[in-house]
Design a protein around this ligand. Structure first.
Ligand code: UD1
Ligand code: CA
Length: 466
């Protein structure tokens, strides 16, 4: 088996994106286009990945360096192409870092959905000795390089701008992917000229040079169009996004997940689902999310970096983002509608969190309830606690964050302010409207508010002349 080196072309400008962001850093399914390409290569166990950068090179290189390494990800190096004189010129820049043995697999940084299996078959067809091109038949080949054949044999690729009327009728186009033995690649690259309609060094020019030498050139047809679709414009990006989302939705449904509508489902990360999970329309999942057995997610929820245990129900319009610390929802808990769970929210089993409740960096024991309009930040809440409407933990003194401890079986009345650091003792009650600044002993009723005064026959002020 020959060693595989991967070359990813990512120097182009992406003019039609009309964006400041380099094209290959635009996101699909939450991940930059270039990251998709690098991840799909990881399965091949390659020797080295060379990324050709040019436009926005610093930004692209910094981004790649910051991505988590996929399993089996090879050493990644960068080669700058400045100025950009065509795809052949781009690959010429790689020659100094390319060993003489092995096979080079050339990919495009803006074609994100290429499957590892397709790349594998391209490498196998090349077999360490042939130039293997990935091609596809498309209804409208305008703009693409056409594959010229004599009988079965591939003779050349002619770029659209250089093609005759007759050649432009050919529907088989070059996808931008090829596998080629390193030694031959180097020799052919040296023979390229820029004598063509665009005055560029075309990588596709190596096909004719190979044929001239009597070397074998072979074509592999891509199994489906989506795998070789590139992103050149926001419209194409959105089209591919839908295709990608539909692919993910189908995989989940095949595994038994019940999606109300696969066309209204977005996964921008990884979603693990146990049996009998139901997801209503318009939900977005980001980062890493796991859903336990029988979990139900209502419509219009956004859930990121969270794990939701078996039997929990997330009602519509709930927003959960655990960011780096994660968020956890315990077995059989009910959350929402309109709830917000932030990093470090850790709800125990059977907890209820209702509308307009925000929870950050707080644990809630089994059966605790915060059903309406409340804030819990940096709090430890015991079992069966009832946290009233409008209650808040004042956890921030302007400089530091402090903890609030609410022990088991406490009732916090409506509209209370718990000024941290403070502990409400087990079984205690806090009267509605209290501002609590001192710890309370177990079993006590704490009330800290103005006493009600009643003034009889009170005359309200009147406007003059009435
Ligand atoms: C290229 C192929 C064409 C094929 C099409 C498939 C050539 C000459 N033509 O055409 O046969 O049908 O892809 O999409 O190769 N790039 C660089 N440096 C450069 C020029 C381009 O890195 O100097 C990169 C671009 O960022 C892009 C890739 O190479 O990722 C392809 O360039 P692009 O201009 O899109 O090639 P096409 O003209 O579409
Ligand atoms: Ca071009």
């Amino acid at each position: 088996m020959t060693a595989i080196d991967v070359v990813i072309m990512a120097a182009g400008k992406g003019t039609r994106m009309k964006s400041r962001l380099p094209k290959v850093l635009h996101r699909l399914g939450g991940r930059p286009l270039l990251q998709h390409v690098i991840d799909s290569v990881a399965a091949l166990h390659v020797r080295r990945i060379v990324v050709i950068t040019g436009n926005g090179a610093e930004q692209v290189e910094a981004a790649v360096a910051g991505w988590p390494a996929a399993d089996g990800k090879a050493e990644t190096v960068f080669v700058r192409q400045e100025p950009q004189l065509g795809t052949g010129h781009a690959v010429q820049q790689v020659v100094p870092v390319l060993p003489d043995d092995g096979t080079t697999l050339i990919l495009n940084g803006d074609v994100p959905l290429i499957a590892a299996a397709t790349l594998q078959s391209l490498v196998e067809r090349s077999a360490g000795k042939r130039l293997a091109l990935l091609t596809v038949d498309i209804p409208d080949p305008t703009g693409y390089g056409r594959v010229l054949r004599a009988g079965e044999a591939v003779r050349a690729i002619v770029e659209h701008k250089d093609a005759s009327e007759e050649q432009r009728r050919i529907r088989e186009v070059y996808t931008g992917f090829m596998a080629v033995p390193n030694a031959s690649l180097k020799r052919w690259l040296a023979g390229l000229s820029n004598d063509n309609a665009q005055g560029e060094y075309y990588l596709t020019g190596i096909v004719e040079l190979a044929v001239k030498e009597g070397a074998e050139v072979t074509a592999v047809k891509a199994p489906d169009q989506v795998q070789v679709d590139g992103v050149n414009s926001p419209i194409q990006l959105a089209d591919l996004e839908r295709a990608f989302q539909l692919r993910q939705a189908r995989e989940l449904m095949e595994a038994g997940v019940r999606l109300a509508d696969p066309a209204r489902f977005d996964l921008r990360g990884r979603l693990e689902c146990a049996q009998d999970v139901e997801i209503d329309v318009n939900c977005v999942f980001e980062g890493r999310v796991s859903l336990g057995e029988g979990v139900k997610i209502g419509a219009n929820c956004v859930i990121a970096n969270a794990s939701i245990a078996a039997g929990a129900v997330i009602h519509p319009f709930t927003f959960i983002d655990g960011e780096r610390s994660g968020a956890r929802v315990g077995e059989g808990a009910l959350v929402g509608p309109f709830a917000r769970l932030r990093p470090g929210a850790d709800l125990g089993p059977e907890v209820h969190v209702g509308n307009f409740v925000e929870i950050k960096n707080s644990t809630l024991g089994r059966g605790a309830k915060a059903n309406h309009l409340a804030y819990l930040g940096d709090a430890t809440v015991g079992e069966r606690v009832n946290y009233g409407a409008g209650a808040i933990t004042a956890n921030y003194d302007g400089a530091n964050k402090h903890r609030t401890v609410i022990e088991d079986d406490v009732h916090i009345g409506s509209n209370c302010v718990l000024v941290a650091p403070v502990t409400i003792g087990r079984g205690g009650t806090v009267g509605g409207g209290s501002t609590i600044t001192k710890d309370t002993a177990p079993g006590t009723l704490a009330v800290a508010r103005g006493k009600q005064a009643s003034i009889a026959n009170w005359q309200r002020p009147k406007k003059a002349g009435k």
